[in-house]
Design a binder for this molecule. Structure first.
Ligand SMILES: [Zn+2]
Length: 342
């Protein structure tokens, strides 16, 4: 999706590429018919624009700010007008995907019912773990990068199910679904990679993308590669480090808050349990050895959504329907966090 490619409306007078130029000189008899025709067209378009503005102007700045549903097809034009009715539509769609999760969410928390602009002005960076073609660039991803406290590999290939479905495919699909859900609520969303580069980014760059975006929250999506029988999800939060370029002192507390909310919402929407092999049943783990966390200057957590090497977890991790539930849980957790911290 591209904000720049969106249709700004029926007529944008400020757009130099618009088909209506400035008023033509009236003295040229050759130009006069054209001028009249242009004037008629322009006034018609202006009326249309004014009508559009009147309809869209119930809020502020709703005309072309890169809001939700850009390029989403038939729904895009109606959702451009962010009326309360659109919120109903959006919630209904989410409810159909998330079933009990979305319903429970709206009934209890109320943040989702705030409508599609509840995250307007918020910046969320989604970090899809690994890269589907990292395995073709082993030398590049094995080179060490400075994470402040240590030197670690640029990136890793990630794990996969026993049947070859890769963690990188999983993380990117959930990232796309999460992006859509967050944009429907008005958030500005950036991915650290979108299948658009041969490898990486390296873990230090992944952190810096969130920092440079001044993200209000960053979530790095992963799935684990542990022994069969080990099941469930866990959220990894930054511990306090202050060494070299690593300084997490300001983000430990908000990241912990983000992590707790994410874990609760993820459990609710997916029905999955917190990990039975790490985190003492809390689904929460603190680490100080991950470059993606150590170098972050904005609230950030990782989530290991399940264990790809366990058959039962793998069945979930390869299910499109479950991916949607996972994305919904992440969206709800991020929404809770951003609404509480604003
Ligand atoms: Zn991973």
């Amino acid at each position: 999706m591209s904000y720049a490619g969106s249709n700004p409306g029926p007529f944008d007078p400020s757009d130099p590429a618009a088909p209506f130029g400035p008023p033509q000189p009236r003295r040229s008899p050759l130009r006069r018919p054209l001028t009249v025709a242009l004037a008629a067209l322009a006034s018609g378009a202006l009326l249309g624009w004014l009508a559009f503005e009147a309809l869209a102007g119930t809020g502020t700045g709703t005309g072309g700010d890169g809001g939700p549903d850009q390029g989403a097809g038939p729904a895009a034009s109606s959702s451009t007008l962010r009326s309360p009715a659109d919120g109903t539509t959006g919630d209904g769609e989410q409810g159909a995907d998330g079933e009990q999760g979305a319903d429970g969410k709206q009934g209890v928390g109320g943040s989702a019912s705030a409508g599609p602009v509840s995250l307007k002005g918020k910046v969320v960076v989604i970090d899809p773990g690994h890269n589907t073609t990292n395995y073709e660039h082993t030398a590049a991803i094995n080179r060490k990068v400075d994470i402040g406290t240590n030197w670690k590999e640029c990136d890793t290939t990630g794990t996969s199910t026993n049947f070859g479905y890769s963690e990188a495919e999983f993380t990117l699909d959930v990232a796309h679904r999460l992006r859509t859900l967050l944009q429907q609520q008005g958030a500005t969303v950036k991915l650290t990679q979108d299948g658009d580069r041969p490898y990486g980014p390296c873990v230090d760059e992944r952190a810096r993308i969130g920092n440079a975006a001044h993200a209000d929250a960053v979530v790095s999506i992963h799935a684990d590669g542990s022994a069969a029988g080990n099941r469930g999800f866990h959220v990894i939060m930054p511990g306090e480090v202050h060494e070299g370029a690593a300084d997490t002192r300001a983000v430990v507390a908000p990241s912990k808050e983000l992590g707790k909310l994410l874990a609760a919402d993820f459990a609710r929407t997916t029905g999955s349990s917190p990990s039975n092999y790490i985190g003492d049943g809390s689904g929460l783990v603190t680490r100080t050895d991950l470059g993606g966390l150590n170098l972050s200057t904005v609230p950030k957590v990782f989530i290991e959504c399940g264990n790809m090497r366990d058959g039962k977890d793998a069945a979930l991790l390869t299910s499109d329907a479950w991916h949607q539930k996972a994305a919904q849980g992440l969206a709800d957790g991020i929404t809770d966090f951003l609404n509480r911290s604003s």
